[in-house]
Design a protein around this ligand. Structure first.
Ligand code: ZN
Length: 853
């Protein structure tokens, strides 16, 4: 028996046809071309000591703002390079993308050359501010790190990884597009890898592990990939050192330790473990990957295939934050999860992987670009009737802009695939039986010998063409709706593109076509064909990937096969079992559109918090409630809604109404609800009362809280300009905290000082001093010490609140000395510096700071 290997087809050979994915791809390309490559390269030239080029007016170019000039300088350029490489493969006019990629690689090479005489930095290229100090300290064994900083830089290894990834993509995918740039990328990335090995190899394990405390992106993956391409053992060793045993070991033992963790710090590690499993047969790495996959995909993801709230994993049995928060799933996470799904599917052919891949692509990634006014989304709240903020090209440089630049070039990666025999050693391939008597549509034939020809797989139903020179054919698929409004068809057209030697004595050629039988289709079968089609006998056909309809076609010239599908309507509950449901029609998650008022910051600026849709929350109580069984709520509806789904629900006045839902992936410019509340027992009033309680709690906080800092959480702390000395961060379960160690301190800039009358500091109760009188820390606001007014603790609650009344803002402004400039994007008059310190003993573990009216 011959085994078969799944293979991704080159992206250049797949073209999208007009439709939703095509529009998203065009928008992604436009956004990319709007960016100025020299501004993206600014931090690299600055660190290399090279002059900045001049712009059209003769002025030296400047750095881009936002995350590009506040510590993560240069992180976008690696994504930009990967995206140029992607679009060069799919664009009708690839030259602008080829030119830009070549510029990046050439410029990086120049930057790298300028470090040639530096014993420590030779081979380095990067935009990390003050790179020489950060890595000079590291090379000397001096590594001071917290989750999002190392040697006083904002996640420098995460940043450096972007450069690795861009170069590795160029090396591989440009080989047939721009050989010279591909080879230069190879040179630069190998020198960069050797730089890292030279400074990191001598570090002992204890020091190296301190590097791993700080988010380090896909460094494990990059070194595994370098090992696969070069066979250099030192890269394998380095990939192993980046495994991060603090999380790797428990996951390899099957233990889910993810709750409370920063989600996208972990996923890139898993991409590395997957590579080690695939390349080095590392069984432990495979075990850790599997545990992670199972946890995230089966227990932590919502219907759109996405996960995380405020970038973190919440408990698997409590999705309340998902329902309540503005900061739902992050795009970068789904970008990485789709990469993981793609690789795992190519290794195994298991339906679970391709099903997830399709779900997250169709419902999350596709939704994260606004095709009308191109902009990328960071958070996609599952909060009912909320909305999203879109990036603008010249202002916003968030992580999700980086991954967003790449995402929309990638649609064609897995629509098709090939499955070829692992070894062409069988003489009986020519004898593959084709029972002419069974040449009718849909019949299973008993093919006497196994087909050994390369198989052509269709995985995703996205209108597109695939040129397959290897098989001398082009396949086109187009979906169309049948007039009844329920079913639709997908027409596959095969055309010969090369002079073909007939496979059979009758002068016809044979093509083995495997069509994915989607889980979301109720009926799925061949409706008509202009050629002979037979269904292969699964029992006699080796290695059919899970969930495929194996067909063999006999044809010549042009042939058409028409498949008929009926999309299934499915209802998915929130994974914790709470009373919220999401409706799907076929592969598409449906959502309810609502108003488009008060969408503050819908198109974001360069402000620190601009990636969050900060406009007012709509009360949950105003949501229509599904009364009883949600399956019946759509089944009852007599009129099938062609472009969406109609559900019956009880509106806020108690009437049963019909609500039209639409595909979430194309919903832009309005508030939306992916999840609807459901009263399973028919007690709509009781459920509405529960929602009212949540509303009341949130409204109290929304109305009085002027600014909140979630301590120990990356974005919140970065957004509030955290700085610290002799302090630490950590988490007790899901409670993240920061504490000043004895003699240490940390500080933040808080907004809305002018409106604030008290500061509330939430602490882990056990970490505060037990006498209840003295807090185990001191707090100053704009240089003035604050006196605690109240200490609130509820028995059984792990946290307590210290309340500090504030003097009038005008008073402190007069008396405070040396108020630090909090940055151009904050109104300095309205900002306050809050400094927490500890004198004799370690301070309390502080989980949050809130300024109240
Ligand atoms: Zn992101």
């Amino acid at each position: 028996m011959t085994s078969h290997i799944l293979e991704r087809v080159p992206l250049q050979q797949v073209r999208l046809l007009p439709g939703e994915h095509f529009d998203a791809q065009q928008a992604g390309a436009r956004y990319l071309l709007d960016l100025d490559v020299d501004r993206l390269l600014y931090p690299f030239r600055r660190e290399a000591g090279l002059p900045q080029p001049t712009d059209a007016d003769g002025n030296p170019v400047t750095s881009y703002p936002n995350w590009e000039e506040t510590g993560l300088d240069g992180h976008i350029a690696g994504h930009y390079l990967s995206a140029c490489v992607g679009f060069a493969q799919v664009a009708d006019d690839p030259q602008p993308f080829i030119d830009r990629a070549a510029t990046v690689v050439r410029s990086w090479h120049e930057c790298q050359q300028s470090f040639a005489g530096d014993a420590v930095m030779r081979g380095y290229v990067g935009g990390v501010p003050d790179s020489r100090t950060v890595f000079g300290r590291l090379a000397a064994g001096d590594v001071e790190s917290q989750n999002f900083s190392m040697n006083d830089a904002w996640v420098p290894m995460y940043n450096v990884h972007k450069t690795f990834a861009g170069l590795l993509d160029t090396w591989a995918d440009f080989a047939s597009i721009d050989e010279q740039t591909s080879q230069l990328a190879r040179t630069v990335v190998l020198d960069l890898a050797d730089w890292w090995c030279r400074i990191a190899e001598p570090l002992d394990d204890e020091t190296f592990d301190r590097i791993l405390v700080s988010e380090f992106g896909g460094m494990c993956e990059s070194f595994a990939e370098l090992y696969a391409r070069t066979g250099e053992e030192r890269y394998h060793v380095m990939a192993d050192r980046f495994k991060d045993h603090a999380i790797f070991d428990p996951l390899a033992q099957g233990e889910d330790v993810l709750t409370g963790m920063h989600a996208n710090t972990q996923i890139p590690k898993v991409l590395g473990w997957e590579r080690l499993g695939a390349i080095c047969n590392d069984e432990q790495a495979d075990a850790a990957t599997n545990t992670f996959w199972d946890s995230v995909v089966h227990h932590r993801s919502v219907s759109i295939g996405a996960h995380s709230v405020s970038e973190h994993f919440h408990p698997t049995d409590d999705f309340s934050s998902m329902i309540e928060s503005r900061e739902g799933p992050e795009t970068c996470n789904s970008y990485n999860m789709s990469k993981l799904a793609e690789r795992l599917w190519l290794r195994s052919g298991s339906a679970d992987y391709i099903n997830f891949y399709e779900r997250v692509l169709e419902n999350h990634l596709l939704s994260t670009i606004n095709p009308k006014q191109p902009g990328f989304v960071y958070f996609t709240p599952m909060r009912s009737q909320h909305y999203r903020a879109y990036s603008t090209p010249q202002e916003c440089f968030w992580c999700c802009v980086g991954s967003g630049l790449e995402n929309h070039a990638r649609y064609g990666r897995l629509i098709y695939a090939l499955q070829r025999p692992a070894a062409q050693d069988s003489a009986d391939s020519a004898a593959a039986g084709f029972a002419s008597s069974a040449a009718e549509t849909g019949n299973t034939v008993s093919n006497n010998a196994e087909a050994e020809a390369t198989r052509l797989l269709v995985n995703l139903y996205i209108d597109s063409t695939f040129d397959c020179p290897e098989q001398g054919l082009r396949i086109t698929q187009r979906a169309a709706r049948i007039e009844d409004g329920v079913d639709y068809t997908v027409t596959f057209t095969l055309e010969s593109t090369a002079e073909h030697v007939p496979d059979t004595p009758g002068g016809l050629r044979e093509t083995t076509l495997f069509l994915r039988r989607p889980w979301w289709a109720e009926h799925y079968g061949v409706m008509e064909a202009t050629c002979a089609v037979c269904t292969l006998d699964p029992a006699r056909t080796n290695d059919i990937p899970e969930g495929y309809l194996p067909l063999r076609l006999r044809w010549n010239g042009v042939a058409e096969v028409v498949m008929r599908l009926r999309p299934r309507i499915t209802v998915e509950r929130m994974p914790d079992g709470s009373p919220w449901v999401s409706f799907m029609k076929g592969p598409k998650v449906m959502a309810l559109a609502s108003d488009s008022d008060d969408m503050d910051g819908e198109f974001a600026d360069a402000g620190r918090m601009s990636h969050i849709a900060t406009g007012p929350l709509r009360p949950l109580i105003s949501m229509p409630i599904i009364n009883g069984n949600p399956v019946k709520a759509c089944a009852q509806v007599s009129r099938p809604y062609v472009h969406g789904l109609t559900v019956a629900a009880t509106d806020v006045s108690g009437r049963t109404m019909l609500f039209d839902m639409h595909e979430f992936s194309s919903m832009h410019g309005c508030r939306y609800s992916v999840y609807l509340p459901v009263a399973d027992d028919g007690n709509v009033c009781a459920l509405r009362a529960q929602l009212a309680d949540i509303d009341a709690r949130q409204a109290a906080s929304e109305q009085t809280v002027v600014d909140t800092i979630a301590c120990g959480q990356q974005q919140s702390e970065i957004d509030h300009r955290y700085s610290g000395d002799n302090d630490m961060m950590g988490a007790d379960g899901t409670l993240h905290w920061r504490r000043a160690l004895a003699g240490g301190e940390f500080q933040y800039a808080m907004r809305g000082r002018g409106q604030a009358h008290r500061l509330e500091i939430e602490v882990i109760a056990d970490s505060a001093e037990s006498d209840g009188e003295n807090t185990a820390y001191e707090v100053m606001l704009d240089g003035l010490p604050l006196q605690r007014g109240e200490h609130r603790r509820i028995d059984g609650d792990p946290t307590a609140i210290d309340v500090y009344p504030l003097p009038d803002a005008a008073e402190t402004a007069e008396t405070a000395e040396n108020i630090e400039n909090t940055g151009e994007n904050d109104n300095a008059d309205d900002a306050a510096i809050v400094r927490i310190s500890a004198s004799a003993h370690d301070g309390a573990k502080i989980t949050a700071l809130r300024l109240h009216k």
